[in-house]
Design a protein around this ligand. Structure first.
Ligand SMILES: Cc1cc2nc3c(=O)[nH]c(=O)nc-3n(C[C@H](O)[C@H](O)[C@H](O)COP(=O)(O)O)c2cc1C
Length: 407
């Protein structure tokens, strides 16, 4: 049930930036920073968004743009819009609906959400809460026994595809979390108390529901029984020894389509395909892992070039506008994953807030297509963006690089 204050907040949100502002007001600083912040100096976080600003459109005129379909096919499944709600763990820290909200909103909009293995609602409960199959995200936690167990649980729960995230051998240095004293679950103490008490709406949600923690692993680690710093807690679950051989084993154990998430080079994209992945997600984890890693958009063409045309390339990091989605698709992505945008929506208004975010992006994509003379996302290719600086265009006569993906 959405209260009138939340309804008002959502109705007045016109952009993802407005939802971010609403999230900032609703959440204690400690929780807002956990969502919004990045690693170290946040160079990669900033670059992810800046890279989209550097790309402009080449608008064509007098094209019949009366129809502008947005559907795409990813891993053989039709999605009604070219965005997927990406995996973000511990979402009941933001709102008690947690990961159920992204599954519900994705279902309502004819797309899919990816449930994190670090979810705060168990993967079984997320799967049972929604009529359409969702995707499951695996961190290569612990040992093979642990991984095999959660893969089996995800398969038995009906998840349709597995996204394996490989850019977290250890947790990045999210220094705001350290300074704020972020713990799992959040704790009211002299250091955090004032911040939490100043956000009574959020605090009431926290105190009237089970405390948020990694729901798929309770009991597995001793830390899960107490309250501990997020990075220490998560590092205790991870295993930095995994290699391509382990990935190959995971692909085989799952037996269905696998997306490798966290790919930032052509070499790794090729290798992912060699071990049986059907798709790759170009991602630097939203600038939350290594800092000074390039913007995801900047390496997209390299990855698209490296893999066969039937391998779906997804992209995330810095997508804040429908126009950003159009740019990514023009540069060869099949669809974009969204991280923070849906979490801002969740903070602002639960499931209704996530739906509001999707409605905003859908409208922006639609309007952008009309204004650049492209009758649908299927008509996008590299010639929709530019002009390119001479160095990028490589001296091509018309200043437009060859489309990176021809089919
Ligand atoms: C609060 C938060 C939690 C996240 N948790 C996960 C996770 O559990 N698994 C994962 O693969 N990626 C996780 N990510 C990364 C996102 O899936 C995604 O790669 C990133 O947020 C994309 O950048 P954007 O936030 O700019 O859209 C998380 C991101 C955020 C903001």
């Amino acid at each position: 049930m959405v209260g009138s204050a939340r309804r008002g907040r959502l109705a007045s949100a016109v952009t993802v930036a407005d939802l971010r502002a609403a999230a900032r007001r609703r959440l204690p600083r400690m929780v807002f920073d956990f969502v919004d912040g990045g690693a170290e100096d946040e160079l990669t976080l900033t670059e992810n968004e800046a890279a989209f600003d550097r790309v402009s459109f080449r608008p064509r005129v007098l094209v019949d743009v009366s129809e502008r379909p947005q559907h795409v096919t990813v891993l053989g499944r039709r999605l009604e819009l070219p965005v997927i709600l990406g995996p973000t763990g511990l979402m009941r820290m933001v709102d008690h609906e947690g990961e159920r909200a992204s599954a519900a909103a994705a279902h309502a909009f004819g797309t899919v959400s990816v449930t994190s293995s670090g979810s705060s609602v168990s993967i079984e409960d997320v799967a049972a809460s929604v009529a359409s199959p969702q995707w499951f995200q695996l961190y290569p936690w612990g040992d093979r026994g642990t991984v095999e167990n959660i893969i089996g649980r995800a398969r038995d729960s009906g998840f349709e595809a597995m996204v394996v995230t490989v850019d977290v051998p250890v947790v990045g240095a999210r220094e705001k979390d350290l300074r704020n004293g972020l713990t799992v679950p959040p704790q009211v103490n002299p250091r955090t108390g004032w911040d939490l008490l100043r956000h009574p709406g959020w605090l009431a949600g926290l105190l009237t529901h089970p405390r948020p923690t990694f729901a798929n692993f309770t009991g597995l680690m001793t830390e899960a029984k107490g309250t501990t710093g997020l990075a220490v807690y998560t590092n205790g679950l991870l295993n930095p020894a995994h290699t391509w051989r382990d990935l190959e084993w995971m692909v085989e154990r799952w037996g269905g389509p696998v997306v490798l998430k966290g790919v930032m080079t052509g070499e790794d994209a090729k290798r992912a395909v060699d071990v049986g992945c059907r798709a790759v997600a170009v991602s630097n984890h939203g600038g939350r892992q290594g800092d000074s890693v390039p913007a995801a958009l900047d390496v997209l063409p390299e990855v698209v070039d490296a893999v066969p045309a039937d391998v779906d390339v997804l992209l995330d990091g810095g997508v804040r506008r429908g126009g950003d989605v159009v740019k990514a698709l023009a540069l060869g992505a099949r669809a974009c994953l969204l991280g923070r945008p849906w979490v801002y929506g969740l903070a602002a208004g639960g499931t209704a807030g996530v739906e509001r975010m999707l409605a905003i992006l859908r409208d922006e994509i639609d309007r952008t297509l009309a204004l650049i003379g492209r009758p649908g996302v299927a008509t996008l290719d590299c010639s929709a963006v530019g002009p390119w600086p001479r160095a990028v265009a490589g001296g091509l006569a018309d200043g437009v690089p060859e489309p990176v993906r021809k089919s």
